[in-house]
Every structure is written in C-alpha cells, then in structure tokens.
Ligand binder design. Sequence first.
Ligand SMILES: C[S@@+](CC[C@H](N)C(=O)[O-])C[C@H]1O[C@@H](n2cnc3c(N)ncnc32)[C@H](O)[C@@H]1O
Length: 271
Amino acid sequence: MTVEGIRVSRRWLALREPADAAARAPDLVEHLRAPPEEKGPRVIHDLGGGTGAMGRWLARLLPGPQHWVVHDRDADLLEIAETNSPGPAADGAPVTVEARQSDITRLQPGELTGADLITASALLDLLTEDELARLITVCVDARCPVLLTLSIVDGVQLMPADPLDRRVAAAFDAHQRRTTERGRLLGPAAVTVALEQLGRLATKVRPSPWRLGALQADLAAEWFTGWVGAACEQQPELAAETYDYTLRRLAEATAGQLAVTVDHADLLILP
Ligand SMILES: C[S@@+](CC[C@H](N)C(=O)[O-])C[C@H]1O[C@@H](n2cnc3c(N)ncnc32)[C@H](O)[C@@H]1O
C-alpha cells in the first residue's frame, strides 16, 4: 500500500475509507467552518487525494459552495474521485470536483494561490524530508488553512498480544523509513519533521488512530497482510518466523477476534 512505485489499489482505499472517516479528528474541522469572505465557491485542493475520500468526509461538514481540486498521479483513482463526488455541503450548497493528474512533489510555489483550504490524507509519511519541505512551502505560500490528516506515527497495538508483534512492528517502521531513489522516506517521523519545518507557524496536532475490531475484520486482515509483508520485505529472515504467526493472525482477524490500533496524527496549519 505504501510501497514506492506501487500503485495504491482502489480496493484498499475503499476498504479504509470508513475507518479513515471515523479516525480523523473532528474538532480540527471547527477551525475551517467559516466560509471565505469573498463570494464564489470555497476552493479546496486535496493533495494525493486518490479516489476523493477526503472530500466525501469533509465537504458535508463545511457550509457553503465548494470546488474540490483533487490532485493525484494516478488517473484511475482520479476517475473515481470525479464520478463519486462528495456533497452536498453542510447547508445543502453544491459541491463540484475537478481531477488534476500531477506529481504533488513537483508543485511550484504559487501554484495553489487562491486556495481557501488545502488538505491531504494518508500522504505525509510517503514523502522524503525534501519533498515535505517543498510541499509545505507551496502550502504556506497559499496563506490558507492546511489540514493534513492520518499521517502514520509510531505505534501499533494488536490484541491479543503476541511475542512477534514488536519485531514485526520494528521491521515495518524500518520499511517505512527506508531509503529510496528519492531519498529516505519519512514514515512515522513525518509529523515531527513537519512541525520542525513549520517553526513558529500556528499548528494544531490531534491523534487520529484507527481502531479496528470485529466490524472492520476485512480491513484488519488486509492491513495485517500489508504490515507483515512490508516487515518481511525489510527483514527477509522474518518470513519463515512469521509463517505460522501470519496464519494465526489472519484467522483471528477473519473471525473478528483481532483488535488493532494503528496510530496516526492529524495536523492543522493555520495561516
Ligand atoms: C494512501 S493513499 C491516500 C489517498 C487518499 N488521500 C485517501 O485518504 O483515501 C496515497 C495517495 O497519494 C498518491 N500519491 C503518492 N505520492 C504522490 C505524488 N508524488 N504525487 C501525486 N500523488 C501521489 C497516491 O497515488 C495515492 O492515491
């Protein structure tokens, strides 16, 4: 799911959409409710927006007409963002969506000028420190609120616990922070690094963990498969050791007997 060069599947995004919606910190939205003073729709840029899940969550929480520009490099995901558009707004006002295929690490300063709000979800941990710095410069340049939700932070808990959990978690974190052709990925360090880069700008951070149980059994199983798979890619010697563990955990997940907490954080930057 987070592997560089591998496309994020529609199935994965569809599976996680309800859990993402339940996890995002609702109180940060309070800071975004006031519509812009100028007439016309509120222009919202969603970076790495995939199938447009952020808009389907947020548009109905904000009053007034909105125009969402969903940026992603994957044309197939953008097609869903356009056809499965959000709305209406909290007060029934219309919401429109425009898909923009682009590499968000190559946005130029000034490219988001005129935005009333910038959002991203499940994106920051996929970036390198330089890419994040450039993205933050472009966002701050737009002088509007920036809501960056669901960045992975250090912390996964599985219940019932298993002695292998910690080793797999450590290998997974190392995988998230691996060095790629683009540089070292930020993984669970993304929010801390973003806060350092933002310096004295006004920010608010909230926890936004996934809490998966019997009702999210499919997502828990899919997440676990990706989690242990990434850990074994990072430390191939884990593959043999985790064989029985994986079968056991997947059986637990399918039976609704596995509870998983995956820690994330939401970050709001105020202009
Ligand atoms: C984990 S998915 C999250 C998608 C969506 N924000 C959501 O919450 O459902 C990450 C998304 O970022 C996109 N992405 C990653 N790196 C990108 C880049 N450099 N430029 C544009 N899109 C990118 C991927 O194609 C994918 O749709």
